[in-house]
Design a binder for this molecule. Structure first.
Ligand code: URA
Length: 208
C-alpha cells in the first residue's frame, strides 16, 4: 500500500485556507469539495485506457476511454458528504455507496448505523471519502464492510491524515492506497488531528 501526499500547489494553497481558525462554513465547504476534486484527479491517474473508434465530425476517429472497472464513491457519513460533489464533478457517472458510521466520543471506536452499497460492488473500484483519517477506525470499518460485500479494489481519499490513521489502515488493509492533501503531525488526546482542521463535519455542516 502507498500513501500519496499530493504536493500540487493548488492543493497546498486550498488546504492552507481551510486551516484558518475563523473560516466560514461556506468557504470550508467549497474548499472541501475543491480539494476532493483534486484528490480524485490524482487517484484516477493510473486508470487503464482502451482505444475505440467513434463517429467524429470529420468521420471515424480513434479515441481513448477508461477501460474495465466502474467506480463507486463511498462517502462516510456525515463528513464524507462534504467531499462528494467534488469527486462527482470529476466522475459524474459514478454510483454512490453510502456508509453511516459515527465515532463514539469516549472509545473513539466506529459505530455503524447505515449502509447502502451499489449493487455490483464486486465489479467497481471504490473511492472511500472522509475528510479526516484520524485513528483509522472509521476507514477500516468501511473497508471491512466493502470487502465483505465483495469489493476488491479500494482507494481512500482524505483531506488530512494522521500518521496513526495511516498506520492503522496500512496494517489492516495493505492493499488500499491512501490519497491525502497532507500527512499531519499527530493525534491529540481527544482524537483530533494536529494541526488538522478541527471538527471537519461541524465545519462542513455549520453545526459548530
Ligand atoms: N474528525 C475530525 O473532524 N477532526 C479530527 O481532527 C479528527 C477526526
Amino acid at each position: 500500500m502507498s500513501v500519496h501526499e499530493i504536493r500540487h500547489p493548488l492543493v497546498r494553497h486550498k488546504l492552507g485556507l481551510m486551516r484558518q481558525k475563523n473560516i466560514s462554513t461556506r468557504s470550508f465547504r467549497q474548499l472541501a469539495g475543491e480539494v476532493g476534486n483534486l484528490l480524485t484527479y490524482e487517484a484516477s491517474k493510473d486508470l487503464e485506457l482502451e482505444d475505440y473508434t467513434l463517429d467524429g465530425w470529420c468521420g471515424d476517429i480513434s479515441a481513448e476511454r477508461i477501460k474495465g472497472k466502474k467506480i463507486t464513491v463511498v462517502p462516510i457519513l456525515r463528513a464524507g458528504l462534504g467531499m462528494l460533489d467534488g469527486v462527482l464533478e470529476m466522475i459524474p457517472s459514478a454510483k454512490i455507496s453510502v456508509v453511516g458510521l459515527y465515532r463514539d466520543e469516549e472509545t473513539l471506536e466506529p459505530v455503524s448505523y447505515f449502509d447502502k452499497l451499489a449493487g455490483d460492488i464486486d465489479q467497481r473500484m471504490a473511492l472511500v471519502v472522509d475528510p479526516m483519517l484520524a485513528t483509522g477506525g472509521s476507514m477500516n470499518a468501511t473497508i471491512d464492510l466493502l470487502k465483505n460485500a465483495g469489493c476488491t479494489s479500494i482507494r481512500a481519499l482524505v483531506l488530512v491524515a494522521a500518521p496513526e490513521g495511516i498506520k492503522a489502515v496500512q496494517q489492516a488493509h495493505p492493499d488500499v492506497d491512501i490519497y491525502t492533501a497532507s500527512v499531519d503531525d499527530h493525534l491529540n488526546e481527544n482524537g483530533y488531528i494536529i494541526p488538522g482542521l478541527g471538527d471537519a463535519g461541524d465545519k462542513i455542516f455549520g453545526t459548530e
